[in-house]
Design a binder for this molecule. Structure first.
Ligand SMILES: [Fe+2]
Length: 335
């Protein structure tokens, strides 16, 4: 793929997303007072414990109170809905520094949103790691859309609870590390900024009879081995009205049809997807290590550039944590 194709998302002008950097000395104190127990850093797995997570979240809230309030304002605002937090480096030891950075991001995330628990690990986040080998294995399994070198189109993230499908209000993504030289951008289009939204809404409606094949979930990825690929089909609404009258949106995976529609219903959806991708307004965030991105997932769409030019000598190409708020809008159900 050429660089021009790879940077297709940069075709419209982008505004820098509101970003916050945490004071290094404050973070150092936070690590020392809150994350270390008897001089030892806690582990990411310790955050399974509700008491530990509550402690991290409360301490973060009180020590970074002004920043927390500012971020809350940005992510709750329908015209914005995104905030970026950079976590400074504080330990000399690379591993300790990576763990501490991830723990600070978990503390910040749980101070801002109430994260749901990962189904398998019961942690307040899901960890994803990609390697050169796993990318090859995904491609071999016919799943090119989810490896770091593939373009992700604008979408919203879904949350499945039993048979119910919902759109989580917030999601948070923290890049522990990215071993690529060219990381590109992460993009965010708030639904409120799409001018033709009323026309799309009129065409598509608030019905809940659209079927999609969700982007497959990959479990137990180690090296070239993939444990399980879960492919799911859902019946869902694309637009829902929130209690305050604002529009909640769902867009994920491959559209497979609409119940009872006489004609092919692909084009109104394509038109809507095009209008998101070509929207004259969008936020952009440079993708980088130790950066946390928090999104108001229910009121906008996100996408990212592909990662290019891997740094040699690192088998793992990217590691990130993703948290999803427990608060979600029901839009449909599993088929
Ligand atoms: Fe996503």
């Amino acid at each position: 793929m050429s660089t021009k194709d790879a940077r297709m998302h940069q075709s419209t002008l982008a505004t820098e997303a509101p970003s916050f950097s945490l004071d290094r000395e404050f973070v150092r104190e936070f690590c020392h007072d809150v994350l270390e127990v008897d001089g030892q850093l806690q582990s990411l797995g310790d955050t399974k414990n509700a008491g530990v997570l509550e402690h991290l979240s409360c301490q973060f809230r009180s020590r970074f109170s002004d920043t927390v309030v500012d971020i809350e304002t940005q992510i709750a605002h329908k015209a914005c809905g995104i905030a970026v937090v950079d976590v400074p480096s504080v330990y000399e030891d690379v591993t300790d520094d990576a763990i501490a950075g991830a723990l600070v991001s978990i503390a910040a995330t749980s101070a801002l949103i109430k994260p749901s628990k990962d189904i398998e690990n019961l942690t307040p986040f899901t960890m994803f790691s990609a390697s050169c080998e796993s990318s090859r294995a995904l491609r071999k399994a016919g799943l090119p859309d989810i490896s770091p070198t593939d373009i992700l189109d604008f979408h919203s993230d879904g949350l499945i609870c039993g048979k119910s499908l919902g759109v989580p209000r917030y999601i948070a993504i923290y890049n522990t590390f990215i071993n690529y030289r060219k990381c590109g951008f992460f993009y965010w289009v708030p639904t409120s900024s799409i001018e033709a939204l009323p026309e799309h809404l009129a065409r598509i409606g608030l019905d809940d009879d659209f079927t999609f094949e969700l982007t497959p979930a990959v479990y137990g990825e180690t090296g070239s081995k993939i444990d399980r690929i879960v492919e799911r089909r859902v019946r869902t609404a694309i637009f829902r009205k929130d209690v305050d009258g604002s529009i909640v949106t769902f867009m994920n995976g491959k559209f497979t049809g609409k119940d009872g529609a006489d004609a092919d219903f692909t084009w109104p959806l394509k038109a809507f997807q095009n209008s998101i991708a070509k929207n004259p307004f969008r936020y952009a965030v440079e993708q980088r290590s130790r950066r946390l991105i928090i999104l108001n997932n229910s009121s906008g769409f996100h996408a990212r550039d592909i990662f290019e030019d891997p740094v040699e000598g690192h088998e793992e190409t990217r590691n990130y944590l993703r948290s999803v708020s427990a608060e979600a809008f029901h839009t449909g159900h599993l088929l």
